[in-house]
Design a protein around this ligand. Structure first.
Ligand code: ATP
Ligand code: MG
Length: 452
């Protein structure tokens, strides 16, 4: 009798419909509809006119509630991709693992996906429980349960201005707590990238990771090595461009997550001036991101690895390698050492090298060489990099500023600047900067370019 009562109770707990999601009104969530993409509103409107459910979802809702500008807008709906696509003039179905629709409006793409079902037992996983294939559509409630953190599982209806919240995400968002939906360990096993996402959102929101969500990370961190290296690269880039890059790096190191993606960071931080150089680079990146400017991945990675490359460069020079060959070899050694864990795309690698290789040229340019450098597609980035080095007191800041002015000038002014430079340097050996550098005692600075 008693057991059947308990059974009934337990059954009720698991099968009875929950009290349902919270529905928060404008006053409660505070989203100002004027900050919402009109194209995202349009997608929801069209779908609703056809009798479907449609909401703005994910990062956009999270960011709008805390007053940040969303990067992009995603829509979730109960319409299937084949039902969505014909409703829009420019829409295409993409994805193999899980199909979704890109609805295109000029420059903006609204990613529109169908509600997904929860991870099921017959799902294909690897030996660690990582999900390899899943392609099942589900209900709204199931879709919410599939999302990673409570603050990422919020659904905003731009027409009624109501936020549907199945997991108390708005409350967590207001207290800036990153909390996993479901059992954290299982969910990290399904997708180890969620550990990195937890760190990123906590840093971005200036918040914390809920203890139960944080606790398993340290011992599960090694699972990161099973994630394809191209996905890790994308995630690393997101970490570095979320506007709180240094905080992210520190948090990653605190839980050991950097080992699987950026193990060299420990070595870099141990180098003399290494931490300071990375901090300066990331501060610049953060302030660019926060003021809505773009950030070049090549510049970022060039900055991250510069101190290692420089150290290797010095070592090779000491072994008797000529200056430029030594730098090229150093770049190869450092880049090849890193890309085993995190696949930096080839085009970015090429740009990093060019940014680095232009550095010694700033110190020994002839007027003809200056004009050639000005035409180089990576010139602007290399000058920015020179400024960063000046900020780190590696090079003379007046000289760095001269190059920055040259980069910003029109052609007539460039001619004047280069002629003036030539006049000022006439007394010196032809084509060399007059201001000779003092012999350097600090090993962190650039080696002197040998005079031919
Ligand atoms: P941002 O775009 O700022 O990086 P985001 O939260 O929008 O953050 P996306 O990768 O664009 O991140 O994903 C959109 C939404 O999809 C997330 O908010 C989350 O609800 C869900 N999601 C993304 N990645 C995962 C994942 N690995 N596991 C579970 N849900 C995820
Ligand atoms: Mg997003």
């Amino acid at each position: 009798m008693l057991t059947s009562t308990i059974k009934k109770f337990v059954n009720r707990l698991f099968t009875a419909p929950s009290s349902g999601p919270e529905r928060l009104t404008r006053d409660q969530h505070g989203i100002d509809r004027r900050s919402v993409s009109r194209h995202a509103i349009k997608v929801c409107e069209v779908l609703k006119q056809k009798g479907f459910d449609a909401y703005i979802v994910g990062g956009a809702v999270r960011d709008l509630i805390v007053g940040l500008e969303p990067k992009d807008f995603d829509v979730a709906t109960n319409a299937t991709p084949n039902q969505i696509r014909p409703l829009f003039r420019r829409a295409r179905i993409i994805g193999r693992r899980f199909q979704l629709v890109h609805v295109v409006f000029g420059q903006e793409i609204i990613e529109t996906s169908t509600f997904r079902a929860p991870a099921s037992e017959d799902q294909e996983t690897d030996e660690n429980g990582r999900i390899l294939r899943d392609n099942l559509f589900g209900t709204h409630e199931q879709d919410a349960a599939r999302r990673d953190f409570t603050l990422n599982a919020l659904y905003y209806d731009p027409l009624s201005e109501v936020v549907t919240d199945y997991h108390h995400g708005v409350a967590d968002l207001k207290t800036r707590v990153v909390r996993m939906i479901g059992d954290p360990e299982t969910r990290y096993r399904e997708d180890p990238v969620r550990m990195l996402r937890a760190v990123r959102f906590a840093a971005k929101l200036n918040g914390t990771i809920d203890p139960a969500t944080r606790e398993p990370i340290e011992h599960m961190a090694p699972l990161i090595k099973n994630v394809p290296s191209s996905r890790l690269f994308d995630e690393m880039l997101k970490l570095l461009t979320c506007g709180h890059a240094m905080d992210c790096l520190q948090r990653l190191r605190a839980v050991g997550l950097h080992q699987g993606m950026l193990p060299l960071i420990d070595v870099i931080f141990k180098e003399e001036g290494g931490r300071q150089f990375v901090a300066l680079a990331l501060e610049r990146t953060d302030s660019r991101v926060r003021s809505g400017k773009t950030v070049s991945p090549s510049f970022l990675f060039a900055a991250l690895f510069w101190k290692l490359t420089q150290k290797r460069w010095h070592e090779l020079i000491e072994k008797g390698e000529p200056n430029i060959q030594a730098l090229m070899q150093a770049a190869d050694d450092v880049i090849n050492g890193q890309t085993k864990t995190l696949a930096i795309q080839r085009r970015f690698q090429a740009d990093m090298r060019e940014i680095w290789f232009m550095q010694p040229r700033f110190e020994r340019a002839t007027p003809k060489g200056m004009w050639r450098m000005l035409e180089h597609p990576r010139f602007r980035a290399a000058v920015d990099f020179l400024q960063l080095r000046a900020e780190a007191r590696e090079v003379d800041s007046v000289q760095a500023q001269w190059w920055m002015d040259l980069a910003n000038a029109d052609n007539a002014t460039r001619t004047e600047m280069i002629e003036a430079w030539q006049r000022d340097n006439q007394g010196a050996a032809s084509g060399k900067l007059r201001r000779r550098r003092r012999p350097r005692r600090n090993p962190a600075t650039t080696p002197q370019t040998p005079t031919p």
